[in-house]
Design a protein around this ligand. Structure first.
Ligand code: KIV
Length: 263
């Protein structure tokens, strides 16, 4: 059965963990969906992971429409949540217009926005219009930009702000909240304080669900991987070996064979 925001919300009461992956294309969506992932997030991290950008600041609504539509085609059961990129929700009207495009044109089931009190009018508008909203607090890549990717909420006043933002999102009707790069203790406190499920990335074990970028767990992301990533395989090495073998076969005239050619 296809997940809805409501079935994801109910998992918290049922004590069932929510499994989520951030991914951006049809084959990845098909594989993750078949593996039993509950929520696929079409993250604006696509800019860094697939498009080679330094950060997520160059992403536009057109990028997100394109990738969301591809992911939707690969999914039968998982809930599809599309990230609203920077500047696509600068005011409530713009937020509504762009969220509606992600839902109607690309087929997303819900949208995700970064922030709490600062964007409360935008979230209110979307919820009032019947668009399902996932919140995102803690480290907010769209606000951090090129600055420090660090753990947020170690400082008591910062922790208080994150907790208050999460509570506000919960009250406004977000069906789930991503907690990114926050101390485990704060994530546990937030998870206790809100009715909706929390989905952590770098937020420890107490959240109601976990999300990772698919390429990170597959081991195909260049550079140093963050401490919270668990690599389940080293696909980069496997892909490279296959490409090296292909190069060798073509150069040594071993590919294509007769069997691989038409008479
Ligand atoms: O952009 C992204 O991929 C995300 C998830 C990691 C939560 O926001």
């Amino acid at each position: 059965m296809k997940h809805t925001p409501q079935t994801i919300y109910s998992k918290k009461q049922a004590g069932e963990k929510i499994v989520s992956l951030s991914l951006y294309d049809y084959p990845s969506a098909r594989i993750a969906d078949g593996a039993g992932v509950d929520v696929v997030m079409v993250g604006d991290s696509v800019g860094m992971v697939l498009l080679g950008h330094e950060n997520t600041l160059g992403m536009t609504i057109e990028h997100m429409l394109y990738h969301t539509a591809a992911v939707v085609k690969g999914v039968k059961r998982a809930l599809v949540v599309a990230d609203m990129p920077i500047h696509s929700y600068n005011d409530p009207e713009l937020a509504f217009k762009n969220a509606q495009r992600l839902v109607r044109e690309a087929g997303a089931d819900a949208v995700k926005l970064e922030g709490g009190a600062k964007i409360h009018a935008q979230i209110q508008r979307l919820v009032t219009e019947g668009i399902s909203v996932m919140g995102h607090v803690g480290m907010l890549p769209q606000s951090v930009g090129d600055g420090k990717y660090r753990v947020y909420g170690k400082d008591p006043s910062e922790a208080e702000m994150i907790l208050e933002d999460a509570k506000l999102l919960d009250r406004m009707g977000a069906f789930a909240i991503v907690l990114e790069c926050v101390p485990s203790k704060l994530a546990a406190e937030i998870t206790q304080a809100v009715r909706c499920p929390t989905i952590g990335i770098g937020a420890g074990p107490a959240t109601d669900g976990q999300v990772l970028v698919f390429q990170d767990l597959l081991g195909i992301r260049s550079g140093v991987s963050p401490r919270f990533v668990r690599r389940y395989t080293n696909l980069e090495e496997i892909m490279k070996k296959a490409a090296v073998n292909y190069c060798r076969d073509v150069q040594k005239k071993k590919f294509p064979s007769k069997k691989e050619s038409f008479s």
